[in-house]
Design a protein around this ligand. Sequence first.
Ligand code: BEZ
Length: 219
Amino acid sequence: MSTLVNDQPVTLPRIGDKAPDFKAPTTHGEINFSEWQGQDWVVLFSHPADFTPVCSTELTEFGRRSEEFKKRNTKLIGISIDSVHSHLAWTQNLAKILNVKLPFPLIADLTTDVSRKYGMIHPGESATVTVRALFVIDPKRTVRAIIYYPLNTGRNVDEVIRLLDALQTADKNGVACPVNWKPGDKVIVPPPKTEKEVAARNALQGVQRLDFYLVKKSL
Ligand code: BEZ
C-alpha cells in the first residue's frame, strides 16, 4: 500500500533489505547513519513524542539496559518528530525525575525524512507522530528484524535483547532459534533440503531428533 506523509512517499524497508542511509541532527550532533554505525549492530527505534509517559518509561529502560546492548556490539539510537531542543529538555528531565541518563543519541526528525524512509508514520494510527517502530540492523546494514507497536503500548526490552541474542546465535552457528528460546537453550538444526541431507541428518550424533525435520541440539 503506498502512503503519502507531508505529500511525500513513505517507504517501508523489509527484512533482508539494506537499511536506508541518512544524515540527521541528533542529541550527539549531526550523524551520517552508516558512518556512525561502523561495524556494529544497531537498534533504531522510534517513539511517538517527547514528554509523554509511555515513551518516558521505554527510553529510560533502554538507557538502564544500554550496557547489555553494548556487550552485544549493538548501538542504540532513538528517533521522533521532535526538535533537538525538545529532546535535550526531555532527556534532562528524565535524568532528574527517573535518575536515568540516556547514553545514546536521539534523532530530531522534524522534516520526517528519516521516519518516512523507515515507514515509521502510520497515518491510520497518527498522521503527526511516529508509531513505536524498531529495526534491528546488522553490521552489513541489512534489516534483520522489525517490531511495530501502537502508541498506547510500551515495548519489551527483554524481548529486544532476546531477539538480538537469537539473531547473533543463529548467524554464528548456522542454526535457528525455537519459540521462547533464550541463551543456553537448545537450538534448531535447519531442516534438510535434499535426500542426501536427510541421510546426513540421520547420522548426526548427540542431537535430539523428534523427526527428520525437527532436530534440536545444544551449542
Ligand atoms: C505515551 O508515550 O504515553 C504516548 C505517546 C503518544 C500517544 C499516546 C501515549
